[in-house]
Design a protein around this ligand. Structure first.
Ligand SMILES: Cc1cc2nc3c(=O)[nH]c(=O)nc-3n(C[C@H](O)[C@H](O)[C@H](O)COP(=O)(O)OP(=O)(O)OC[C@H]3O[C@@H](n4cnc5c(N)ncnc54)[C@H](O)[C@@H]3O)c2cc1C
Length: 430
């Protein structure tokens, strides 16, 4: 059974590995090049940063092209990985279950969560190895009754050198990313073509029979799976004359920066602990995007800067256009909840002896979902009923609601369930 999987991130790599292992002939078309972590020292940028000579966040792309950054409104930046491994190669390695909005549609991913956690075996960064400031913030959050917990991570503590720069790619291979699944799929016979951005799907007599890449090459298959992420999948659908819903959510991140001389927060894996509130988490985070590119953060050197992140489940109303541009801003509801969460973050920081001036970072979002949301009636087939025959979606686009939590495990669990449904559909033809 010839199968094309578009994208190689959390969803694409999971679906490709599963289908290849079940006897499908999988071709993976990945828009980006093979991933290379950022290996240069960043200390050279410090003096330029202080004088504002680094430019805006767009500069980042020149040094580290795998990280795609776009402004979706005046105040909000979106981040994703455009490379093999997708956004997982930029992740902090947090691996937690997220299931906002799944019960309402009758989707229970417990079996997939159990299976993936059993395989990936997330563990915590031992609290005794956290920076003192991280330990003190944990204690302060506990004193405030916020019930903080060490974050389960897929980070090999023996290989990790505590450089704190997980989002720039892990050059030591200490942090899991979806290239592990991708490599297994390839070892099993799948073919991976990088630098192959898909433009649209081919529809013949109401059935999807292949895809066209941006350089006009055609690839034909019995099954096409879109796993290009919340933006990429929506873009391909719209370019194919199909719909995608204007319900993009991104889990808005806003970091509060404070000052503690000699804190050296960057010298540990980010997000060592988190506290989960109704629709957001707080987690220690030395926000490098804000440190290097956000004017209000300029005065404080990296060794004295301390950050506490708010990650908020946002209102799902972003729109993706055919050219990949996104229109998404902070709603009043997002803003009010962010304000409340930021006040709480400040309380935690002050309780840990961190002082001001407290400054907010750049609001940004990197959990891109909700553009092909599953509805209750779609769950038995794991496929929105309006998708033509032969076409499936297996990425975070399927998740109807923002999570305010890490989303790799959710994406992989969704993709695993989709892959097994595809297999069930074609079982007799393999
Ligand atoms: C900086 C950052 C840190 C994060 N940290 C964590 C974390 O610690 N823990 C966690 O759980 N989550 C984290 N996330 C979120 C998580 O990585 C994503 O939610 C998850 O990877 C989504 O999976 P996906 O398959 O939907 O998309 P992606 O993983 O982004 O994969 C999409 C793939 O499709 C490719 N693609 C796009 N368009 C096309 C096209 N037209 N043709 C072909 N290929 C295309 C992309 O190059 C990419 O490989 C982080 C995200 C970011 C940005």
């Amino acid at each position: 059974m010839k199968t094309i999987v578009v994208g190689s991130g959390a969803g694409g790599a999971t679906v490709a590995r599963e289908l290849q292992s079940r006897g499908f002939d999988v071709l993976i078309l990945e828009a980006g090049p093979p991933f290379k972590p950022f290996t240069r020292h960043i200390s050279w940028a410090e003096p330029l940063r202080r004088f504002g000579l680094l430019g805006g966040e767009g500069t980042f792309k020149h040094f580290f092209p795998s990280m795609d950054i776009q402004r979706s409104s005046r105040e909000l930046i979106l981040v994703r990985g455009l490379t093999t491994g997708g956004s997982t190669v930029l992740s902090c390695g947090n691996l937690v279950r997220a299931d906002q909005g799944l019960e309402e549609i009758g989707l229970d991913l417990t079996p997939e969560y159990d299976e993936l956690e059993g395989e990936l075996n997330p563990t915590i960064i031992p609290p005794g190895t956290w920076r003192p400031v991280t330990q003190d913030m944990f204690q302060s959050a506990e004193n405030l009754g916020l019930n903080p917990k060490p974050t389960p991570k897929v980070v090999n503590k023996d290989k990790c050198n505590y450089c704190g720069l997980c989002e720039l790619g892990c050059s030591r291979g200490a942090r899991w990313d979806s290239r592990k699944f991708l490599n297994e799929a390839v070892r099993n016979g799948a073919i991976l073509k990088s630098r192959s951005p898909v433009e649209k799907v081919i529809i013949e007599k109401g059935r999807v029979t292949g895809v066209v890449t941006r350089d006009s090459k055609q690839y034909h298959a019995d099954v096409v799976v879109l796993s290009a992420g919340g933006i990429g999948t929506a873009q391909i659908l719209k370019n194919s004359g199909l719909k995608a819903e204007d319900h993009l959510w991104v889990d808005i991140v806003l970091t509060l920066g404070g000052v503690l001389p000699g804190a050296r927060q960057l010298e540990e894996p980010p997000m060592a602990w988190y506290t989960q509130q109704e629709d957001y988490i707080l987690s220690p985070y030395p926000d490098i995007l804000s440190h290097y590119f956000h004017k209000p953060w300029r005065k404080v050197p990296i060794q004295d800067r301390v950050g506490l992140m708010v990650k908020l489940a946002d209102v799902e109303e972003g729109a993706v256009y055919e050219d990949g541009r996104v229109d998404k801003s902070l709603t009043d509801h997002d803003q009010q909840r962010l304000d409340r969460a930021i006040s709480q973050a400040q309380e935690v920081m002050e309780g840990a002896g961190i002082s001001g001036p407290f400054v907010r970072g750049v609001p940004n979002g990197g959990h891109l979902g909700g553009t092909v949301p599953l509805k209750k009636e779609d769950v038995p087939d794991m496929k929105p009923s309006w998708l033509p025959d032969g076409l499936w979606v297996a990425d975070l686009s399927l998740a109807p609601h923002s999570q305010g939590l890490p989303t790799i495990l959710l994406t992989a669990a969704l993709a695993l369930r989709v892959a097994r449904n595809i297999h069930r559909n074609f079982d007799d033809r393999i």
